[in-house]
Ligand binder design. Structure first.
Ligand code: DGL
Length: 265
């Protein structure tokens, strides 16, 4: 048993879509969430910068005495996880492997669309992981650099969001994908609009649920579960004041955030 919190980080509010699933899968675990709003967006930064930022975030969370870290960010998972995962003495996981493990078990998934930030698409990490487990799958990648800033701005259900999404998903319609991975953790907040645009035949896969399941198994395997029936303690840190954060958080995880701490890391 291990009562230390789980650490989660993202560039902003996107990681809350993963947080919201983790607390469903593991309702007794204490969690510390870091939203690196000061350095948002990660999506257009170089690999080197993403690795540096990821290390900073990991060091911050380790100082808070976490037992495990979830990189709840596609951009940092795709470009930094391999670099950092064996350099610390606690487990560090990302969002790609758990999601692809789930995909590989699904039947009838052959043509997979991936929407993600420019950095994630440039790294080709999703496609590489998919090809390992599903060598015959066809993958169609699309960088969508405007989406995470739109979500951070709270534009998740307006005409501009609709138009931008229409443009980005064109290629998936042309290619008639059977499934679409939301490869950036901000995008589940746009899921309704994306589904509307693509129609119901396309299965939309977001990463949070899979990360939740994966984490549950990992805690068990490593024997680091928290106390059962613990009333969890959630702590939120942002690196810059972000008006939109609380608004989005209150919709996604009502009554969960009472106060936000600010940190320079
Ligand atoms: N939520 C992030 C991701 O999953 C980062 C978006 C950004 O900061 O550009 O990629």
């Amino acid at each position: 048993m291990d009562d230390r919190p789980i650490g989660i980080f993202d560039s902003g509010i996107g990681g809350l879509t993963v947080f919201s699933e983790i607390i469903k899968a593991l309702p007794s675990e204490n969690i510390i969430y870091l939203g690196d709003t000061k350095q948002f967006p990660y999506g257009n930064k170089s690999k080197k910068t993403i690795i540096d930022i990821t290390k900073e975030n990991i060091n911050f969370l380790i100082k808070k005495n976490v037992k495990l870290i979830v990189i709840a960010c596609g951009t940092a998972t795709s470009q930094a996880l391999e670099e950092v995962k064996d350099k610390y003495n606690i487990p560090i996981i990302g969002i790609i492997k758990p999601t692809v493990m789930y995909l590989a078990k699904e039947k009838n998934i052959r043509k997979i669309g991936i929407m993600a930030t420019a950095g994630t698409i440039r790294s080709n990490s999703w496609e590489k992981e998919i090809k390992k487990l599903m060598p015959n799958a066809k993958v169609i990648n699309k960088a969508c650099p405007l989406l995470a800033p739109m979500v951070e701005e709270g534009w998740t259900d307006n005409e501009i969001a609709r138009l931008v999404i229409k443009e980005y998903v064109k290629v998936f319609k042309e290619e008639t994908v059977d499934s679409l991975i939301l490869g950036c953790t901000h995008y589940p907040l746009l899921k309704n609009l994306i589904q509307e645009e693509l129609g119901n035949k396309v299965k939309i896969i977001d990463t949070g649920k899979q990360v939740g399941k994966f984490l549950e198994e990992l805690l068990h395997k490593e024997k680091i579960n928290g106390k059962p029936k613990n009333i969890p303690n959630y702590k939120f840190y942002l690196t810059e004041i972000e008006e939109g954060f609380i608004k989005v958080a209150n919709n996604l995880i009502p009554n969960t955030i009472d106060n936000i701490n600010f940190s320079k890391k």
